[in-house]
Design a protein around this ligand. Sequence first.
Ligand code: AMP
Ligand code: MG
Length: 342
Amino acid sequence: MKTLVLDKTQIDTAANILKNGGVVGIPTETVYGLAADALNGEAVAKIFKAKGRPMDNPLIVHIADFSDITRFDLVSEIPESAKALAEAFWPGPLTMIMKRTDVVPKEVSAGLDTVAVRFPAHPVAQAVIKAADTPLAAPSANLSGSPSPTTARHVLNDMDGRIDAVLDGGSSEVGVESTVITLAAEVPRVLRPGGITVEMLREVLGEVEVDDAVLHRLKDGVQAASPGMKYKHYAPKANVILLKGDDKAFISYVNAHAGDEVCALCCDEDLLELSVKTLSLGRRNDYLTQARYLFDCLRRIDENGTVKTVYSRLPSTKGVGLAVYNRLIRAAGFEVIDLEAL
Ligand code: AMP
Ligand code: MG
């Protein structure tokens, strides 16, 4: 299959491919998505094939207005909490899980009785959904397990020849996938942290829980509330190891383990002191910038093919830092060295 590269003047071409059951990589403010008509099970199945995604991992349905939830009859009931969150954060990087109707194909919900819905803020994403005149199911547009794509180039690196087209809308601003919150539980619970922080959600809803799988490896036999959380994810080919400790401990550990095959994923403040190859996520307390560049850095680690070990700082769990922490700990397969305990 030849993958067309479209620009934002070609929204109608992308929409026509989607209406005809094709798959298109589209820009959103979080990461690039791999979109298909969410109401067409056969089209959605092509997304799983292109990504190599396990069929038990459900997809997020993207809409272009809050009223699309009722217009397309996606959920059986809209909870008051969903209205309040939409008022505060939509369009934006927040996905809400609600009880689904039978309109939602089984491929989208992966056998669950719920559906995840998001209204993205990116103008190109909104224009494509409107022009296709249907909600779009879209997971991140990477091969399953790889770092998510934040540019059209990243999408092509993984998907060239596997999908009908990619629509280039520039770099994704948030850089990590949307916050996922379930409103189908008794107390609203964050299943995946993202650009809308737990602190922001609590300001609107009061009580909000954070699922155990956000920070920790799932114990054997425990069922994942969000199936995506059980897989190793976001990982470069090189081995990522997280180091827990203060600035000095981080720098001296990395320098003591320096070598041609070693790289440090660090902050701007560390750059002058490290004696290995470096990739900086941004300034130490600038979590928004760290989120924006995380996946690009994880992809760049493999680019010259020589790096085998990556030492990274353990990120903060405050604000958007929690989203960076959640992705990095999965990229590391939960491998953390506690420098204070050495
Ligand atoms: P991605 O589209 O790659 O950002 O992945 C979507 C994430 O949302 C995955 O972690 C899914 O497991 C999760 N997700 C989607 N729909 C549901 C749902 N109905 N219930 C729980 N998690 C969901
Ligand atoms: Mg993904």
